[in-house]
Design a protein around this ligand. Structure first.
Ligand code: UDP
Length: 145
C-alpha cells in the first residue's frame, strides 16, 4: 500500500459547530496523521481559485460565499491510501446519502454546509496541498532518537 498525502479542510460550519477536535480525532484514530495544520479566513479570490473547477456550476457563488463566511482549518493528512481513506471517513457529499459513522452524516447541515473537504484523487491532492501549503510547512513524524 502507498503512503499518500491529501488536503482536508474543516469548513466554516464545522469550525462554528465546535467539532474541530472530534474531526481530527476521527482522522488520527484511522491512521491519517496531520502533517500540516493552519487556521485561515479564505479570501474570495482564494475560495474561487480553489473551487475553479466548479465555476460553471449553479452552486458556485453560494459555495464561495459559504467558504469565506468564517475561518476554516486547512490540513494535510498523511497515511496509507490517504486520499480514499479520507473520502471514506468524510462520507458522501450530501449528508442525507452519507453512510453511518461518517463525518458528514454526523455533523453536516446540508449538501453545501457539509463540514469537510477532501481531495478526490491523488493528482488533485498534490495540486490542492500545494495551493495552501509550501513544502517547508509540511512535516513528518519520524524523529531522531
Ligand atoms: N456543493 C453544493 N451543492 C451541490 C454540490 C456540491 O453546495 O449540489 C458544494 C459542497 O460544499 C461540496 C462542494 O460543493 O462539498 C464541492 O462539490 P463536489 O461535488 O466536489 O463534492 P465533494 O468532493 O466535496 O464531496
Amino acid at each position: 500500500m502507498a503512503v499518500e498525502r491529501t488536503l482536508s479542510i474543516i469548513k466554516p460550519d464545522g469550525v462554528e459547530k465546535g467539532v474541530i477536535g472530534q474531526i481530527i480525532a476521527r482522522f488520527e484514530s484511522k491512521g491519517l496523521k496531520p502533517v500540516a495544520v493552519r487556521m485561515a479566513q479564505l479570501s474570495q479570490a482564494e475560495a474561487e481559485g480553489f473551487y475553479a473547477v466548479h465555476k460553471a456550476r449553479p452552486f458556485f457563488n453560494d459555495l464561495v460565499k459559504f467558504m469565506t463566511s468564517g475561518p476554516v482549518v486547512l490540513m494535510v493528512l498523511e497515511g496509507e491510501n490517504a486520499v480514499l481513506a479520507n473520502r471514506e471517513i468524510m462520507g458522501a457529499t450530501d449528508p442525507k446519502k452519507a453512510a453511518e459513522g461518517t463525518i458528514r452524516r454526523d455533523f453536516a447541515t446540508d449538501i453545501e454546509k457539509n463540514t469537510v473537504h477532501g481531495s478526490d484523487s491523488l493528482e488533485n491532492a498534490a495540486v490542492e496541498v500545494a495551493y495552501f501549503f509550501r513544502t517547508i510547512e509540511q512535516h513528518g513524524y519520524a524523529w531522531k532518537k
